[in-house]
Design a binder for this molecule. Structure first.
Ligand code: DGJ
Length: 725
């Protein structure tokens, strides 16, 4: 039993392999948060909640001036009855009042995780779930808090559901999770970025007030990731308490950390409340998306190990979790829109010769799509470019012994398209207002089922040929004019969440209909790199920026949340198309090998030397692919704080190790550095497969590897160690 209710103390204990989360029912009707952290087998209340009469903290009970919701650490705080800190939910009732007063009613401990319809959700066998029911009888609002235990990953997944029992209620804020800490000894770590600059690490001390990290873009975005971490002020990569929340959702989100008047911290995550509400009709239920709660007492490494385990085993579909990902060639940076069948076949021929396994046809294959100004929505092949159609091209690619993949951007529409001319009402828009352009395109209204079914049909027409092995699902702008001609005026503010529900309906239908197709999600790179889409599509294109030096940072930060198995990572041409940098081919490969390897350059223009170098890279990657994609990942040197980057991968049986090191700029009078590896078996001997030198696991980890001082910018090196018998 991972969930236990102790009647005498009125406490719930939620246990994972290494963590414990404790909730106490206070005064028979309030849910107080007692503890979340390292596992405690025997708990008797040493950190009991202290009560005191505090000025300006209102009291629920006249006779007890020490009891205030304003100072109680709570599970799901509300607004209006004394707690002035940010609430977890907010409602508007039929009389336009916003007061609500939920009291604890009952609990259930389920042997399973109840199904969450219409939203992405974590999965697993025998996942125990605690359900706590709260009720506001006068309002007629029932709220259920769900806590599902992913024992083996040390993760608890939370969500909330609301039910209107009497009258219609407007849900104005409906977060999925809230945790109150009785300390502020934390730094806040989050990931921010921009197009071509996805996921940078931000770490800042907490002082008083509220820190909000959010997206209002209708997508999770690369601007802020739906992922926040509280780390001990003294915490490091390997040391200290670390608490994370991560959202299983791909739309606008909200997360906040609030430091209150007594220096307690409240951490929250859920749907974006701004410009977003839900009308809950009598008898209806609204389910929030899920939030992942992960705690580690061994710094960021421990946290990432847990999250990687969780993503592999409980987010990615079972079918893909152990499937090695093919090495691909993508024609985007090789040709952009300017290609013919002949050109693509020439590229494919070169690709096959150097050992690539999958050919991906990117944007530009459908009618009149010669630039990014037209044709989105018209998913019919352009016979000028591809006279034999997609099927004809796919047949030829297959007959070369390559798999075949194709790009779509199904959620979008161009003004210059047949679809827009015949169905302008399919576009997200506000009546009588001008539409706002993004990459010259508009967004389809996925709150309208007819539009969703149109997308499913158009994409199915191409996929039905059974000749497609892979789909790249792109999305290149955010939502403006958030409104729908299809929804009633009353429901307009539901538009962006309904959009997400529509998107999940579409992708769920398609991935179930085509279970053998490998889907990769993309949003101008990692603009929707989130657990929501990973539930359907088991890998994501990490960034449109393919420069190795930029990528070292992007991938390093991405690794905080995701295993390399889900991170698309390509070698591209120099000068690099995004930043103009010239880096050695070896360095481009060394960085790209830290994810799902691909190539995105015109192979037909390469010299014989370059081709043979790439051939060797691919041979190498095939040898070590399982270590990179299925092994354990360790960050060694942080490119955000040093001039270097290093990571190592360890195979599951600890018998094979890959190490990648990068030195960004050459330095005068540089010190000789030592690189200490992680995760090896200290008692094993490992042989360097290039030099044949043998070292013990202990020395590689504790004494480290001596690094050379090379007079070269963008220098990199990799090592492949094998257990020596
Ligand atoms: C943005 C993607 O991230 C690129 O890789 C490419 O597919 C383009 N869109 C195509 O328009």
């Amino acid at each position: 039993m991972n969930i236990v209710f102790e009647k005498e103390s009125q406490r719930f204990f939620i246990n994972t392999k290494n963590t414990t989360y404790i909730i106490e029912i206070v005064k028979n009707e309030f849910l107080a948060h007692l503890y979340w952290g390292k596992k405690i087998e025997n708990y008797f209340g040493s950190n009991k909640i202290m009560f005191r009469d505090r000025g300006f903290s209102p009291n629920i009970f006249k006779e007890d001036r020490t009891f205030s919701l304003d100072t109680l650490p709570q599970e799901y705080p509300q607004y209006g009855n004394g707690d002035f800190r940010p609430c977890a939910y907010h409602i508007i009732d039929k009389d336009n009042n916003t007061f609500s007063d939920l009291r604890y009613i009952s609990f259930e401990i389920l042997k399973e995780k109840p199904k969450l319809n219409g939203l992405p959700s974590s999965h697993g066998e025998k996942i125990e779930t605690l359900v706590l029911t709260l009720l506001d009888e006068i309002l007629g609002l029932e709220v259920k808090l769900y806590y599902s235990v992913f024992y083996d990953s040390d993760v608890i997944v939370r969500r909330t559901s609301f039910k209107a029992l009497k009258d219609e209620i407007i849900l104005d804020r409906m977060l999925s999770a809230n945790v109150d800490f009785r300390t502020d000894n934390f730094d806040l770590l989050s990931l921010y970025g921009a197009h071509n600059n996805d996921r940078n690490i931000d770490r800042r001390p907490l002082t008083s007030g509220t820190y909000v990290l959010e997206s209002t873009r209708g997508a999770s975005s690369m601007h802020q990731s739906p992922f926040i971490v509280l780390i001990d002020k003294e915490g490091t990569e390997n040391y200290g308490d670390v608490y994370a929340m991560q959202f299983i959702y791909s739309g606008s989100f909200y997360s906040a950390v609030h430091v209150d008047q007594y220096r307690n911290v409240r951490m929250q995550m859920g749907l974006q409340p701004f410009d977003n509400n839900w009308i809950l009709a009598k008898g209806e239920t609204f389910d929030t998306p899920e939030v992942v709660l992960a705690y580690s007492n061994s710094g960021l490494t421990g946290l990432s190990n847990q999250l990687h385990h969780f993503v592999r085993n409980h987010i990615i579909k079972e079918k893909w979790k152990n499937k090695a990902r093919p090495i691909l060639i993508n024609n985007w940076e090789a040709t952009y829109f300017n290609f013919t069948e002949e050109k693509l076949l020439a590229l494919a021929k070169e690709a096959k010769e150097i050992g690539i396994e999958l050919f991906v046809l990117d944007d530009g294959w459908f009618k009149n799509r010669n630039s990014d100004t037209s044709s989105l929505g018209d998913w019919e092949v352009d016979r000028n470019k591809l006279p034999n159609g997609i099927d004809g091209l796919a047949d030829k690619i297959h007959s070369m012994g390559l798999k075949f993949g194709i790009w779509f951007e199904p959620e979008m529409i161009n003004e210059d398209s047949e679809l827009y001319r015949s169905h302008p009402e399919y576009t997200i828009q506000i009546k009588n207002r001008n539409l706002i352009y993004g990459r010259g395109q508009f967004v389809l209204d996925l709150s309208n089922k007819e539009v969703c079914n149109f997308i499913i049909e158009s994409i199915s027409k191409i996929l039905d040929s059974q000749k497609i092995d892979y789909v790249k699902w792109d999305m290149n702008r955010h939502i403006t004019n958030a409104g729908s001609l299809f929804l009633n005026s009353k429901n307009q503010r539901e538009c962006t969440h309904r959009y997400m529900l529509g998107l999940y309906y579409i992708v769920e239908t398609l991935v179930e209909k085509y279970p053998d197709i490998l889907f990769e999600s993309c949003s101008s790179g990692g603009g929707r790199f989130d657990l929501g889409l990973l539930c359907y599509m088991p890998q994501t294109w990490a960034s449109d920026n393919t420069d190795a030096i930029c990528r070292s940072k992007i991938q390093y930060a991405t690794s905080l949340m995701y295993p390399s198995l889900v991170v698309g990572s390509h070698v591209s041409v120099c000068p690099n198309h995004q930043v103009g940098r010239i880096t050695p081919l070896e360095t481009r490969f060394n960085i790209a090998l830290c994810g799902n390897l691909g190539y995105e350059l015109d192979l037909t223009l390469l010299s014989n030397e370059e081709k043979s170098e790439i051939k060797n890279q691919i041979k190498f990657y095939k040898k070590v692919r399982d270590i990179v994609q299925f092994g354990d990942y360790y960050r060694l040197l942080n490119p955000f704080t040093t001039n270097e980057y290093a990571v190592n991968f360890v195979s599951k049986n600890k018998e094979e190790i890959i190490v990648v090191y990068l030195k960004v700029l050459s330095e005068p009078a540089a010190p000789f550095h030592i690189l200490k590896l992680k995760g090896l078996d200290e008692n094993s001997l490992y042989v360097d497969t290039v030099t044949n030198n043998v070292y013990s696991g202990a020395e590689l980890m504790y004494a480290g590897l001596s690094l050379e001082n090379v007079k070269q910018d963008f220098y990199s090196k990799k090592w492949y160690f094998k257990k020596f018998n």
